[in-house]
Design a protein around this ligand. Structure first.
Ligand SMILES: Cc1cc2nc3c(=O)[nH]c(=O)nc-3n(C[C@H](O)[C@H](O)[C@H](O)COP(=O)(O)OP(=O)(O)OC[C@H]3O[C@@H](n4cnc5c(N)ncnc54)[C@H](O)[C@@H]3O)c2cc1C
Length: 304
């Protein structure tokens, strides 16, 4: 009997705890709503090859992506974590956005499993061959079609394109302020985000008026793992698709290869020089020889 009583009490304690937690969360939401700090946040995430061993097609010069496993760009996990922490601290609605082929849906599912509320796949054959400018323009159009956002969060860079330019180009195209290398969010007050940005050799404390875009540094927070519970809870959640017809600007010349001022003239793996030379002699002789060799090969400038 005692066993059952204890069980009953502990079960009720858990229930009471859950109820109090629920009330607390709802109370915070009402307070945030009343104080108008409920934010709409978009997180830009990209699917990248899961391996560095991606081959280049020698004929077309494009990456051979078929059969190559893909994953969520590692830097974008930090963007997601930043958004999730803002949602937990001041209440927010989170929208993940990715531009890519249909299989990029898998990273949006992963974002759901971490706590994102809504997801958009930006996909259209007309977007193929987009350079950075065209990618940023497409994302800007997509975000404007998806809704209005107080904050857009990007990762620092991708592991395939690697340019670290999309965030700032996107913000410029949307005409909103932006800051990169954000290592800390210090708070949000009166429609202003207070944050710390990392500069070489120093840190900058910034105040940035919302709506704004930030690109976060990996030191900002440890990303959480996807949750199995959320996986089950979001299994049927819709991933919305946006294509050219949904945009305000439907001029095909502004997208994909047509809208890209960059042309890839040739893509090739770097040549490896496997020639070897063996030098006999004293250390001094070899050092002199090495200096002459480096100078001749123009590896050193004004060595003397
Ligand atoms: C001439 C040319 C043609 C190209 N053609 C193709 C092509 O056909 N197919 C192709 O896949 N790539 C193509 N690329 C590469 C493509 O332009 C870049 O991958 C893209 O512009 C993103 O740049 P990045 O990877 O350097 O991103 P970065 O600037 O390094 O990314 C910074 C952050 O921006 C966000 N972000 C970047 N890309 C996306 C995205 N797609 N969706 C959502 N958020 C994003 C993420 O938050 C990311 O952390 C082409 C490039 C050139 C120059």
């Amino acid at each position: 009997m005692r066993f059952f009583k204890e069980k009953f009490l502990s079960a009720n304690c858990n229930t009471l705890h859950a109820v109090l937690n629920y009330v607390d969360v709802q109370f915070n939401k009402i307070r945030n709503f009343r104080e108008n700090i409920f934010m709409k946040i978009a997180i830009c995430i990209k699917q990248v090859p899961g391996t560095t061993a991606v081959e280049v097609d020698p004929v077309t010069g494009t990456l051979k992506r078929d059969g190559v496993e893909s994953k969520l760009n590692p830097c974008d996990l930090y963007a997601l974590e930043t958004a999730l922490r803002l949602k937990e601290s001041c209440g927010a609605h989170l929208t993940a956005v990715t531009m890519g082929p249909p299989q990029a849906q898998s990273i949006l599912r992963e974002a759901f499993m971490m706590g994102v509320d809504e997801a958009f796949l930006v996909s259209d054959r007309k977007f193929a061959g987009s350079d950075v400018l065209s990618t940023s323009y497409t994302l800007a159009q997509a975000l404007q079609s998806a809704g209005t956002f107080d904050l857009i969060i990007c990762g620092r860079q991708t592991t395939d394109g690697d340019t670290a330019q999309v965030g700032s180009e996107l913000a410029e195209l949307m005409d909103i302020p932006h800051a990169a290398n954000i290592t800390e969010i210090r708070g949000i007050e009166e429609n202003t985000l207070h944050a710390t940005a990392l500069l070489p050799g120093s840190r900058l404390q910034i105040a940035i008026k919302l709506p704004a875009l930030i690109a976060v540094d990996e030191s900002i927070a440890e990303p959480r793992l996807p949750s199995y519970k959320l996986k089950l809870a979001t299994a049927d959640r819709e991933i919305k698709t946006l294509s050219l017809k949904d945009f305000a600007d439907t001029d095909e010349n502004h997208y994909g290869q047509n809208g890209s001022p960059t042309r890839v003239v040739r893509v090739f793996p770097p040549e490896h020089n496997t020639l070897q030379e063996r030098w006999e002699g004293s250390g001094k002789e070899n050092a002199t020889r090495l200096a002459a060799f480096l100078e001749e090969g123009k590896f050193l400038q004004n060595p003397r």
